[in-house]
Ligand binder design. Structure first.
Ligand code: PMT
Length: 223
């Protein structure tokens, strides 16, 4: 039986992709399956936490005992996260949020006519950066999905978004990142520490992330 070391903690996990509509039949999205975020939600629940899972479209079955909020776009994810926030101690953002969305959504299916077509995109809100700007006593854990300069890029996100921990994964590595059952992560902490982990199952990695959340919560309470 898993020791209930996160009993009393209220943890919000985001998972999956966001989906940004172009017209009634087309959209922009990414390859996130939700596996990483769902594993974190499941392991946090097993450790006794009260868990809210805000999930983009995913065909996975949510873990038992977890409150599930289903969203589609980045803007919906932001509204859902902000709505839950007042009662949350820890946010873990494993979701792959689309950085841009089509500036307008066509009301009808776009017809094939020209040889090329431009879709103008505008920036989505950076949900995690917004949380970092009004962090309070919360612990914020972000992910960084990179294909180059993993540590440098992840370190920049840790600082820019005011995170306690960033889980950096090089999504171009085999056995890491999108839509596989394993991941290869490096942890970057706000005090400058870096921890390199071997390839492991996403459930196991979720457990290691939560071990660190426990420590960070303990440190914050003791401070
Ligand atoms: O779902 P799986 O198939 O299991 O795949 C797992 C994963 C590859 C999606 C996961 O391990 C991962 O890396 N998640 C983060 C993906 C991502 O969007 O990374 P990023 O480097 O673009 O974003 C950095 C952080 O900011 C992330 O925590 C992200 O949730 C957050 N973000 C990004 C953009 C935005 N507009 N708002 C955000 O909150």
């Amino acid at each position: 039986l898993t020791p209930k070391r996160l009993a009393g903690e209220r943890i919000l996990v985001t998972a999956g992709p966001t989906l940004e509509e172009i017209d009634p039949v087309r959209y922009i999205s990414n390859h996130s399956s939700g596996k990483m975020g769902y594993a974190i939600a499941r392991q946090a629940r097993l450790r006794g936490a009260e868990v809210t899972l805000v999930t983009g479209p995913s065909c996975l079955t949510p873990p038992l005992g977890v409150e599930v909020v289903r969203v589609q776009s980045a803007q919906e994810m932001r509204d859902a996260v902000q709505g839950c926030l007042p009662r949350i101690d820890v946010v873990i953002k494993a979701a792959a949020v689309a950085d841009y969305r089509p500036k307008t959504r066509a009301g009808e299916k776009v017809k094939k006519s020209q040889e090329s077509l431009c879709i103008e995109l505008e920036k989505n809100p950076d949900i995690l950066a917004e949380l970092g700007a009004h962090k309070g006593e919360r612990i914020l854990v972000g992910f960084a999905a990179e294909t180059q300069d993993l540590v440098r890029n992840a370190g920049a996100k840790l600082k820019a978004k005011n995170l306690d921990l960033v889980v950096a994964n090089d999504v171009s590595q085999e056995g890491a990142g999108f839509n596989v059952d394993t991941n290869i992560a490096k942890f970057l902490f706000s005090d400058g520490r870096i921890e390199e982990l071997p390839m492991m199952g996403k459930e196991e990695l979720a457990g290691v992330i939560l071990d660190n959340v426990e420590t960070l919560r303990g440190e914050k309470r003791g401070a």
